[in-house]
Write a protein that binds this ligand. Structure first.
Ligand SMILES: Nc1ncnc2c1ncn2[C@@H]1O[C@H](COP(=O)(O)OP(=O)(O)OP(=O)(O)O)[C@@H](O)[C@H]1O
Ligand SMILES: [Mg+2]
Length: 376
Protein backbone atom coordinates (compact mmCIF):
# COMPACT_ATOMS: atom_id res chain seq x y z
CA UNK A 1 0.00 0.00 0.00
CA UNK A 2 1.34 3.41 -1.02
CA UNK A 3 0.99 6.31 1.38
CA UNK A 4 -1.52 8.90 0.30
CA UNK A 5 0.59 11.41 -1.69
CA UNK A 6 -1.72 14.34 -0.93
CA UNK A 7 -0.34 15.51 2.37
CA UNK A 8 -2.38 17.57 4.80
CA UNK A 9 0.51 18.87 6.89
CA UNK A 10 2.52 21.92 5.76
CA UNK A 11 5.54 19.98 4.50
CA UNK A 12 6.91 16.48 4.22
CA UNK A 13 9.44 16.56 1.39
CA UNK A 14 9.89 18.14 -2.01
CA UNK A 15 8.28 15.11 -3.64
CA UNK A 16 4.91 15.92 -2.06
CA UNK A 17 5.18 19.66 -2.46
CA UNK A 18 3.89 21.28 -5.59
CA UNK A 19 6.02 23.93 -7.22
CA UNK A 20 6.87 27.20 -5.40
CA UNK A 21 10.21 26.99 -7.18
CA UNK A 22 10.32 30.67 -8.01
CA UNK A 23 9.43 31.75 -4.47
CA UNK A 24 12.00 29.33 -3.05
CA UNK A 25 14.70 30.81 -5.29
CA UNK A 26 13.68 34.35 -4.51
CA UNK A 27 13.80 33.89 -0.75
CA UNK A 28 17.09 31.98 -0.86
CA UNK A 29 18.49 34.82 -2.95
CA UNK A 30 17.33 37.27 -0.28
CA UNK A 31 19.05 35.20 2.38
CA UNK A 32 22.42 34.90 0.66
CA UNK A 33 22.35 38.59 -0.19
CA UNK A 34 21.73 39.61 3.37
CA UNK A 35 18.10 40.65 3.01
CA UNK A 36 15.24 39.83 5.33
CA UNK A 37 11.95 38.68 3.78
CA UNK A 38 8.31 39.39 4.55
CA UNK A 39 6.20 36.47 3.33
CA UNK A 40 2.47 37.13 3.07
CA UNK A 41 -0.51 35.13 1.85
CA UNK A 42 -4.07 34.32 2.85
CA UNK A 43 -4.41 31.42 5.26
CA UNK A 44 -3.91 27.85 4.15
CA UNK A 45 -2.21 28.71 0.91
CA UNK A 46 1.22 27.36 1.83
CA UNK A 47 3.44 29.84 3.71
CA UNK A 48 4.55 27.47 6.44
CA UNK A 49 5.10 24.71 3.90
CA UNK A 50 7.21 27.07 1.81
CA UNK A 51 9.39 27.94 4.80
CA UNK A 52 10.19 24.26 5.34
CA UNK A 53 10.71 23.78 1.61
CA UNK A 54 13.29 26.59 1.73
CA UNK A 55 14.94 25.05 4.80
CA UNK A 56 15.20 21.72 2.95
CA UNK A 57 16.69 23.41 -0.08
CA UNK A 58 19.28 25.22 2.05
CA UNK A 59 20.29 21.83 3.43
CA UNK A 60 20.32 20.11 0.01
CA UNK A 61 22.56 22.80 -1.41
CA UNK A 62 24.85 22.70 1.61
CA UNK A 63 24.38 26.41 2.14
CA UNK A 64 26.12 27.45 5.35
CA UNK A 65 23.04 28.36 7.39
CA UNK A 66 21.41 26.98 10.48
CA UNK A 67 17.64 27.19 10.04
CA UNK A 68 15.29 27.94 12.92
CA UNK A 69 11.49 28.11 12.88
CA UNK A 70 9.24 29.68 15.50
CA UNK A 71 5.45 29.90 15.31
CA UNK A 72 4.30 32.74 17.55
CA UNK A 73 0.56 32.43 16.87
CA UNK A 74 -0.16 31.45 20.49
CA UNK A 75 1.92 34.18 22.10
CA UNK A 76 0.31 37.05 23.98
CA UNK A 77 3.24 38.77 25.66
CA UNK A 78 6.97 39.49 25.50
CA UNK A 79 7.41 36.65 27.95
CA UNK A 80 5.65 34.19 25.63
CA UNK A 81 7.69 35.49 22.73
CA UNK A 82 10.99 34.87 24.54
CA UNK A 83 9.85 31.39 25.54
CA UNK A 84 8.81 30.40 22.00
CA UNK A 85 12.03 31.82 20.53
CA UNK A 86 14.12 30.01 23.11
CA UNK A 87 12.26 26.75 22.49
CA UNK A 88 12.94 27.11 18.78
CA UNK A 89 16.65 27.62 19.47
CA UNK A 90 16.80 24.72 21.91
CA UNK A 91 14.98 22.43 19.46
CA UNK A 92 17.84 23.05 17.02
CA UNK A 93 20.67 22.71 19.51
CA UNK A 94 19.54 19.28 20.68
CA UNK A 95 22.68 18.29 22.53
CA UNK A 96 22.96 19.05 26.19
CA UNK A 97 26.28 20.85 26.10
CA UNK A 98 25.11 23.36 23.53
CA UNK A 99 21.87 23.96 25.41
CA UNK A 100 23.88 24.65 28.57
CA UNK A 101 25.99 27.15 26.60
CA UNK A 102 22.80 28.83 25.38
CA UNK A 103 21.46 29.09 28.91
CA UNK A 104 24.76 30.53 30.09
CA UNK A 105 24.39 33.29 27.49
CA UNK A 106 21.12 34.32 29.17
CA UNK A 107 22.62 36.33 31.96
CA UNK A 108 20.97 36.83 35.31
CA UNK A 109 18.23 34.30 34.75
CA UNK A 110 17.91 30.57 35.33
CA UNK A 111 15.84 28.94 32.63
CA UNK A 112 14.37 25.55 33.42
CA UNK A 113 14.39 22.79 30.87
CA UNK A 114 11.53 20.30 30.83
CA UNK A 115 9.73 18.18 28.27
CA UNK A 116 6.42 18.94 26.64
CA UNK A 117 4.11 16.25 28.06
CA UNK A 118 2.39 15.75 24.70
CA UNK A 119 5.07 16.12 22.05
CA UNK A 120 8.11 15.24 24.17
CA UNK A 121 9.91 18.29 22.75
CA UNK A 122 12.23 20.22 25.08
CA UNK A 123 10.50 23.14 26.78
CA UNK A 124 12.19 26.12 28.34
CA UNK A 125 10.53 28.05 31.12
CA UNK A 126 11.52 31.33 32.71
CA UNK A 127 10.62 33.23 35.82
CA UNK A 128 11.22 36.91 35.27
CA UNK A 129 11.67 39.35 38.14
CA UNK A 130 10.48 42.38 36.13
CA UNK A 131 10.07 43.87 32.66
CA UNK A 132 13.69 44.95 32.48
CA UNK A 133 14.80 41.40 32.94
CA UNK A 134 12.55 40.30 30.07
CA UNK A 135 14.07 42.85 27.74
CA UNK A 136 17.61 41.98 28.74
CA UNK A 137 16.87 38.27 28.21
CA UNK A 138 15.47 39.04 24.77
CA UNK A 139 18.67 40.92 24.10
CA UNK A 140 20.71 37.94 25.26
CA UNK A 141 18.78 35.51 23.02
CA UNK A 142 19.52 37.78 20.06
CA UNK A 143 23.13 38.13 21.22
CA UNK A 144 23.47 34.38 21.34
CA UNK A 145 22.29 34.10 17.73
CA UNK A 146 24.62 36.88 16.66
CA UNK A 147 27.58 35.06 18.19
CA UNK A 148 26.51 31.66 16.85
CA UNK A 149 29.34 29.98 14.89
CA UNK A 150 27.10 29.57 11.85
CA UNK A 151 24.87 32.05 10.07
CA UNK A 152 21.21 31.66 10.99
CA UNK A 153 17.97 31.86 9.01
CA UNK A 154 15.20 32.56 11.48
CA UNK A 155 11.61 32.21 10.30
CA UNK A 156 8.98 33.76 12.56
CA UNK A 157 5.55 32.49 11.58
CA UNK A 158 2.35 34.47 12.26
CA UNK A 159 4.50 37.54 12.91
CA UNK A 160 1.50 39.92 13.01
CA UNK A 161 0.73 38.42 16.42
CA UNK A 162 3.27 40.78 18.06
CA UNK A 163 0.68 43.56 17.66
CA UNK A 164 -1.54 41.76 20.17
CA UNK A 165 0.88 42.12 23.09
CA UNK A 166 -0.47 44.38 25.82
CA UNK A 167 1.42 47.34 27.18
CA UNK A 168 4.44 47.15 24.90
CA UNK A 169 5.36 48.44 21.47
CA UNK A 170 6.81 45.09 20.44
CA UNK A 171 7.66 46.28 16.94
CA UNK A 172 9.89 49.01 18.34
CA UNK A 173 11.46 46.65 20.87
CA UNK A 174 12.20 43.98 18.29
CA UNK A 175 13.42 46.35 15.64
CA UNK A 176 15.89 47.79 18.10
CA UNK A 177 17.28 44.32 18.79
CA UNK A 178 17.17 43.04 15.25
CA UNK A 179 18.71 45.87 13.30
CA UNK A 180 22.15 45.20 14.74
CA UNK A 181 22.19 41.51 13.90
CA UNK A 182 24.47 40.58 11.04
CA UNK A 183 24.54 36.87 11.61
CA UNK A 184 20.79 36.31 11.37
CA UNK A 185 18.48 36.60 8.36
CA UNK A 186 14.78 36.76 9.14
CA UNK A 187 11.71 35.56 7.33
CA UNK A 188 8.63 37.26 8.75
CA UNK A 189 5.57 35.35 7.80
CA UNK A 190 1.91 36.32 8.19
CA UNK A 191 -1.61 35.98 6.83
CA UNK A 192 -3.12 39.31 7.86
CA UNK A 193 -2.12 41.27 4.83
CA UNK A 194 -3.32 44.61 6.10
CA UNK A 195 -1.40 44.37 9.38
CA UNK A 196 1.71 42.88 7.81
CA UNK A 197 1.80 45.51 5.09
CA UNK A 198 1.33 48.27 7.62
CA UNK A 199 4.23 46.94 9.69
CA UNK A 200 6.66 46.94 6.80
CA UNK A 201 5.50 49.76 4.52
CA UNK A 202 4.25 52.42 6.90
CA UNK A 203 6.96 55.06 7.25
CA UNK A 204 5.95 55.65 10.86
CA UNK A 205 6.53 52.03 11.90
CA UNK A 206 9.82 50.59 13.15
CA UNK A 207 10.13 47.87 10.50
CA UNK A 208 9.56 50.30 7.62
CA UNK A 209 11.40 49.25 4.46
CA UNK A 210 13.55 46.75 6.28
CA UNK A 211 12.58 43.72 4.22
CA UNK A 212 11.94 42.36 0.78
CA UNK A 213 8.32 41.31 0.08
CA UNK A 214 7.08 37.99 -1.20
CA UNK A 215 3.34 37.65 -1.78
CA UNK A 216 2.29 34.05 -2.15
CA UNK A 217 -0.64 33.55 -4.51
CA UNK A 218 -2.52 30.47 -5.68
CA UNK A 219 -0.53 27.84 -7.53
CA UNK A 220 -0.75 28.14 -11.33
CA UNK A 221 -3.56 25.84 -12.55
CA UNK A 222 -1.53 23.93 -15.18
CA UNK A 223 1.26 23.29 -12.68
CA UNK A 224 -1.08 22.07 -9.96
CA UNK A 225 -3.02 19.98 -12.51
CA UNK A 226 0.18 18.26 -13.64
CA UNK A 227 1.16 17.60 -10.01
CA UNK A 228 -2.24 16.03 -9.25
CA UNK A 229 -2.10 13.85 -12.35
CA UNK A 230 1.42 12.67 -11.58
CA UNK A 231 0.55 11.76 -7.98
CA UNK A 232 -2.49 9.71 -9.02
CA UNK A 233 -0.79 8.05 -11.93
CA UNK A 234 2.40 7.07 -10.17
CA UNK A 235 0.19 5.22 -7.68
CA UNK A 236 -1.49 3.35 -10.54
CA UNK A 237 -4.71 5.39 -10.51
CA UNK A 238 -5.70 7.04 -13.74
CA UNK A 239 -7.45 10.40 -13.78
CA UNK A 240 -8.67 12.39 -16.77
CA UNK A 241 -8.20 16.10 -17.40
CA UNK A 242 -11.90 16.91 -16.85
CA UNK A 243 -11.80 15.42 -13.37
CA UNK A 244 -8.69 17.38 -12.45
CA UNK A 245 -10.23 20.53 -13.84
CA UNK A 246 -13.40 19.89 -11.87
CA UNK A 247 -11.45 19.38 -8.62
CA UNK A 248 -9.44 22.57 -9.08
CA UNK A 249 -12.50 24.57 -9.99
CA UNK A 250 -14.45 23.23 -7.01
CA UNK A 251 -11.62 23.99 -4.56
CA UNK A 252 -10.91 27.33 -6.26
CA UNK A 253 -7.25 26.23 -6.44
CA UNK A 254 -6.86 27.08 -2.75
CA UNK A 255 -4.05 24.74 -1.69
CA UNK A 256 -5.30 23.23 1.54
CA UNK A 257 -8.80 22.55 0.18
CA UNK A 258 -7.39 21.04 -3.00
CA UNK A 259 -5.07 18.77 -1.04
CA UNK A 260 -7.89 17.70 1.23
CA UNK A 261 -10.21 16.83 -1.65
CA UNK A 262 -7.46 15.03 -3.59
CA UNK A 263 -6.51 13.13 -0.43
CA UNK A 264 -10.10 11.93 -0.08
CA UNK A 265 -10.53 11.08 -3.76
CA UNK A 266 -7.25 9.16 -3.69
CA UNK A 267 -8.47 7.20 -0.67
CA UNK A 268 -11.76 6.08 -2.28
CA UNK A 269 -10.54 5.48 -5.83
CA UNK A 270 -9.57 2.08 -7.19
CA UNK A 271 -7.59 2.26 -10.41
CA UNK A 272 -9.56 4.96 -12.15
CA UNK A 273 -11.00 8.17 -10.78
CA UNK A 274 -14.57 8.73 -11.91
CA UNK A 275 -16.97 11.57 -11.20
CA UNK A 276 -18.76 9.47 -8.65
CA UNK A 277 -15.57 9.17 -6.56
CA UNK A 278 -15.23 12.93 -6.58
CA UNK A 279 -18.87 13.56 -5.67
CA UNK A 280 -18.69 11.02 -2.87
CA UNK A 281 -15.51 12.65 -1.56
CA UNK A 282 -17.09 16.09 -1.58
CA UNK A 283 -20.03 14.69 0.35
CA UNK A 284 -17.75 13.03 2.92
CA UNK A 285 -15.83 16.24 3.48
CA UNK A 286 -18.91 18.44 3.80
CA UNK A 287 -20.49 15.89 6.17
CA UNK A 288 -17.44 15.99 8.38
CA UNK A 289 -17.43 19.80 8.44
CA UNK A 290 -21.17 20.28 8.93
CA UNK A 291 -21.11 20.52 12.72
CA UNK A 292 -18.35 23.14 12.60
CA UNK A 293 -20.32 25.19 10.09
CA UNK A 294 -23.40 25.03 12.32
CA UNK A 295 -21.23 26.25 15.17
CA UNK A 296 -20.17 29.25 13.07
CA UNK A 297 -23.81 29.99 12.39
CA UNK A 298 -24.54 30.00 16.12
CA UNK A 299 -21.62 32.35 16.79
CA UNK A 300 -22.48 35.12 14.35
CA UNK A 301 -25.55 37.32 13.94
CA UNK A 302 -28.36 36.50 11.51
CA UNK A 303 -27.41 39.48 9.35
CA UNK A 304 -23.79 38.35 9.18
CA UNK A 305 -24.86 34.83 8.22
CA UNK A 306 -27.10 36.25 5.51
CA UNK A 307 -24.18 38.24 4.17
CA UNK A 308 -21.99 35.13 4.20
CA UNK A 309 -24.63 33.24 2.18
CA UNK A 310 -24.91 36.12 -0.29
CA UNK A 311 -21.16 36.22 -0.86
CA UNK A 312 -21.06 32.44 -1.33
CA UNK A 313 -23.82 32.59 -3.89
CA UNK A 314 -21.91 35.23 -5.84
CA UNK A 315 -18.55 33.53 -5.30
CA UNK A 316 -16.71 36.84 -5.36
CA UNK A 317 -18.36 40.20 -4.70
CA UNK A 318 -17.02 43.56 -5.77
CA UNK A 319 -19.95 45.96 -5.40
CA UNK A 320 -20.85 45.19 -1.81
CA UNK A 321 -23.00 48.33 -1.47
CA UNK A 322 -24.54 48.36 -4.94
CA UNK A 323 -28.33 48.42 -5.00
CA UNK A 324 -28.38 45.32 -7.24
CA UNK A 325 -26.48 43.28 -4.67
CA UNK A 326 -28.40 44.68 -1.70
CA UNK A 327 -31.83 44.10 -3.17
CA UNK A 328 -30.98 40.67 -4.60
CA UNK A 329 -30.13 39.41 -1.10
CA UNK A 330 -32.51 41.55 0.95
CA UNK A 331 -29.77 43.50 2.75
CA UNK A 332 -31.29 46.67 4.17
CA UNK A 333 -28.63 49.28 3.35
CA UNK A 334 -25.06 49.98 2.26
CA UNK A 335 -23.87 50.86 5.79
CA UNK A 336 -25.38 47.60 7.10
CA UNK A 337 -23.53 45.68 4.40
CA UNK A 338 -20.27 47.42 5.29
CA UNK A 339 -20.73 46.83 9.00
CA UNK A 340 -21.39 43.13 8.50
CA UNK A 341 -18.60 42.63 6.05
CA UNK A 342 -16.17 44.22 8.48
CA UNK A 343 -17.28 41.89 11.26
CA UNK A 344 -16.89 38.88 8.95
CA UNK A 345 -13.40 39.97 7.91
CA UNK A 346 -12.39 40.41 11.55
CA UNK A 347 -13.58 36.87 12.27
CA UNK A 348 -11.61 35.61 9.26
CA UNK A 349 -14.77 34.29 7.66
CA UNK A 350 -14.48 36.62 4.69
CA UNK A 351 -11.32 37.47 2.80
CA UNK A 352 -11.01 40.91 1.27
CA UNK A 353 -8.73 41.20 -1.67
CA UNK A 354 -7.60 44.54 -3.04
CA UNK A 355 -6.16 44.98 -6.50
CA UNK A 356 -6.01 47.69 -9.13
CA UNK A 357 -9.75 47.19 -9.83
CA UNK A 358 -10.73 47.77 -6.21
CA UNK A 359 -11.71 45.45 -3.38
CA UNK A 360 -13.49 42.14 -3.72
CA UNK A 361 -14.83 39.79 -1.06
CA UNK A 362 -15.02 36.02 -0.91
CA UNK A 363 -15.79 33.45 1.80
CA UNK A 364 -12.42 32.48 3.27
CA UNK A 365 -13.09 28.79 3.84
CA UNK A 366 -13.73 27.18 0.46
CA UNK A 367 -15.65 24.24 1.94
CA UNK A 368 -17.92 26.63 3.83
CA UNK A 369 -18.53 28.64 0.67
CA UNK A 370 -19.49 25.48 -1.26
CA UNK A 371 -21.71 24.31 1.58
CA UNK A 372 -23.50 27.66 1.68
CA UNK A 373 -23.82 27.92 -2.08
CA UNK A 374 -25.56 24.54 -2.06
CA UNK A 375 -28.16 26.22 0.17
CA UNK A 376 -27.75 23.83 3.10
N1 LIG B 1 3.07 23.61 -2.50
C1 LIG B 1 2.23 22.77 -1.91
N2 LIG B 1 2.04 21.52 -2.41
C2 LIG B 1 1.16 20.68 -1.82
N3 LIG B 1 0.43 20.98 -0.74
C3 LIG B 1 0.58 22.20 -0.20
C4 LIG B 1 1.49 23.14 -0.74
N4 LIG B 1 1.41 24.26 0.00
C5 LIG B 1 0.52 24.02 0.95
N5 LIG B 1 0.01 22.79 0.85
C6 LIG B 1 -1.10 22.21 1.63
O1 LIG B 1 -1.86 23.27 2.14
C7 LIG B 1 -1.93 23.21 3.55
C8 LIG B 1 -1.78 24.59 4.10
O2 LIG B 1 -0.43 25.03 3.94
P1 LIG B 1 0.32 25.87 5.06
O3 LIG B 1 -0.02 25.38 6.41
O4 LIG B 1 1.73 25.95 4.66
O5 LIG B 1 -0.41 27.27 4.79
P2 LIG B 1 -0.24 28.63 5.55
O6 LIG B 1 -0.28 29.69 4.47
O7 LIG B 1 0.93 28.59 6.45
O8 LIG B 1 -1.59 28.70 6.38
P3 LIG B 1 -1.88 29.48 7.76
O9 LIG B 1 -1.88 30.94 7.41
O10 LIG B 1 -3.25 28.99 8.12
O11 LIG B 1 -0.82 29.10 8.73
C9 LIG B 1 -0.81 22.26 3.97
O12 LIG B 1 -1.19 21.56 5.12
C10 LIG B 1 -0.68 21.34 2.79
O13 LIG B 1 -1.62 20.31 2.88
MG1 LIG C 1 1.13 28.70 8.50
Amino acid sequence: MLDNPFILEPFKSKEFFCDREQETEEIIRNIVNGRNTTLISPRRLGKTGLIFRIFEEIKNRNLPYETIYADISDTLSVEDFIRVLSNAVVAKLKNHQRITAFFRALRGIRPLLGLDPITGAPQVSFTFADDNQKLSTLNDVMGYMEAYPQKIVFAIDEFQQIREYDGVDMEAVLRKHIQHLHNVRFIYCGSKKHTMTDMFTNAKKPFYESTSFCYLTKLPVPVYAAFIREKFESAGKSIDSESIEFILQWTKVHTYYTQRLCNEVFAVTGNKVDRDDINKSIQTILDSERERFREIRRLITKAQWKMLCAISAEDNVRQITSSTFLSKYGISSGPTALRNIKALIDKELVLSNSDEDGTSYSVYNVFLSRYLAMGE
